[in-house]
Write a protein that binds this ligand. Sequence first.
Ligand code: GAL
Length: 373
Amino acid sequence: MNFKNGSIILALILFASCGKSIDTFKPGQLWLDNNGVHINAHGGGFIFVNDTYYWFGEHKTEGEAGNRANVGVHCYSSKDLYNWKDEGIALSVSEDSTSLIVKGCIIERPKVIYNAKNKQFVMWFHHELKGKGYDAAMTGVAVSDKITGPYSYIKSVNPNKGIWPMNFPDSLKTLNSDLDKFKKWSKEWNNEMAKGAILKRDFERGQMARDMTLFVDDDGIAYHIHSSEENTTLHIAELTDDYLDFTSKYVRALVIKNNEAPAVFKKGEKYYMISSGLSGWKPNAARSAIADHPLGPWKELGNPSRGTKEEVEKTFNSQSTYILPIQGKQDSYIFMGDRWTPENAIDGRYIWLPIEFEDDKPIIKWQDQWKIN
Ligand code: GAL
C-alpha cells in the first residue's frame, strides 16, 4: 500500500468511526464519543438542560496512576443518550502546588446541579488531598455560569463541623467511646460505631465525606449524600438555597450498613437509593433502599440485581454511580455503574442497565445490548 492509499484508508476508518451514529447501549463495551475516543467520564453524574443530557465524570489517564486527578472533570453532551459529544474539561486540576485541587490530588464522582436562584451550575465532588491517600475525606464545590464550564473551584470541606445530626439522640452526645478497645468490624466495635464513635471524633473538625451524590427534590431543595464515619454510615445533608454550602440540617442514614456509591432517584412519592458495599475498586453486591423523604428514614430493600450468582454478588461487575430518569418517559430510569479497571484507569467501562420494578423494588438485569423503547 502506498502512502497516498494508506492515508485515504485511515481517513475513511476515522470518518466511519466518528460519523457512525449509535442506537443501542452495549454495557461493558468500549463507548466511542464523536471523535472516536472511548468516553472518559468515570463515576459520572448527569443533568438534563434544554433538550440535552450532560455527562460529567472523572477523566482518568493510563496506568494505575491514572486513578488520580491528572486532568480534571470531563464533560460530554448528548441528545439521545447513545451518541456523546466531547465538550472538554469542565473543571481542570491546578498546576499551582498551593492549590487544593493541584494535579495528582483525587477528584471522584463529580455531580452537577442547576441553581435557579443564582442561575449557576454547581459541581460537588469527592476530594482527597494530594499525597494523603483517602484521609482527607472532603467534598469540594465549583461553579460555572455555563453548563460545560470552565468551573471555578471554590472550596473543599469536611461538612457539618460542630453540628449534630438531627436524628442523633442527646443521650449519645456525651457518651465516651473508646474504639481502640475493640477489634475493627467486631460486634462490639460496630456497636461503638453505631453509637457515633467517629461522628464524635470528627465533631470539631467536620465529618468525613467520601463517595457522594447529589439529589435535587421537586421543591428545589438539594441534598448532599455521602459515605461518612469511615464509610460505615451515610450522611444526608441539606444544601443551602445557593447549593454552595450545608444548612446544618443532616441525618445519619443506614447506620453501620457500610454503604458507598449512593445513587438516589424519585418515583412517584417515593425516594429510592441504590448503593454498594465497601470493597474499593472491586465490585460487590449492590443494595437498595426506600424512603418517604430524602432525609429518611431509609428502609433496606435488599439486592436489586437479578441473574446468576456471580452477577448478583458482583452487580454485573460494576458499582453504582447514578440513576438517570429518562426524559419524557414516565417511571423510566437507567442504572449507571462503573466497571473499574484500576490497573489501567482509563480503560474503565460503563454499565448502563434499565431499572425494572418488582412491586416497590427497583430491579436490575443484565442485557448484552438494549434500547430505550
Ligand atoms: C471505591 C469508591 C470509588 C473509589 C475507590 C478507591 O469504593 O466507590 O469511588 O474511591 O473505592 O479505592
